[in-house]
Write a protein that binds this ligand. Sequence first.
Ligand code: 1HE
Length: 261
Amino acid sequence: MADLVTYELDGEVARIGLNRPDKRNALNEQMVDHLEAAVDRASREAKAAVVFGHGKHFCAGLDLAEHKERSLTEAVHNSRRWHFAFDRMQRGSIPFFAALHGAAVGGGLELAATAHVRVADETAFFALPEGQRGIFLGGGGSVRIARLIGTANVTDMMLTGRVLDVAGGERVGAVQYRTAAGGALERATELAHRAAQNASLSNYAVINALPRIQDMSQDDGLFTESLISSITTASPEALERLRAFLEGRAERLMPPSDGAS
Ligand code: 1HE
């Protein structure tokens, strides 16, 4: 049987592929375990990672066939299992880029919202059909998707079954980069390579401190920012990078050219 989740290392970037295309990469329990193992492996071996879907779609969400057999208690544990696994990605040690195409729906959108940056091609679409299925978000979406696109948009998508195309996804803030059909994986990989060049501690602060600061009061947030900022500044890597800039050895920033931003 083919691996439910594929893993490959492209230099400093790990590429993790959902690999159950016949079921549109619907996530069953085993896949969530394999995904978590791949995330942990990437965190040890890579400086950034991409998560993508094999086949026609990114991910059709929760495996509904498996879910319909669950007792109430099992459903709670399964939802918590998703939370723990996804948390290892969102609050881990390296940034994740989601490459989206086709359906990114239900739990698929919850997974996409767990990544730190989303790249979607023109075939991508987004929906939260939980209401239509008689269930609710269970993979962290009521927190992560709501923070990403706002509670009003989540409410609308869940109540009305609204399906957003890639432009709609971009409008609500779910999509940071758009590509032509078939281009998301390459673009996400390129962006991940770019992120891999940053100081690891800065990336760690971006993915761990920034979201926590959003949950704080302004006063606590500003104080925490000062602490994190001073910790990163004092790291040997920062000192070398600051020196390199001042000695003219670092790349200068350029205004974006077409397609480069
Ligand atoms: C599935 C699933 C699934 C497809 N669980 N088996 N998610 C949903 O409600 C989305 C349900 N899926 C769809 O709306 C469509 O399948 C897609 C738009 C994603 C893709 O359409 P299409 O035409 O390419 O594929 P298909 O013919 O609908 O499906 C192909 C097969 O995948 C088919 O099985 P087959 O044995 O008949 O070939 C489908 O039954 C199967 N399949 N999606 C199980 N989700 C932690 S809480 C999160 C809560 C949620 O995620 S709720 C949203 C669930």
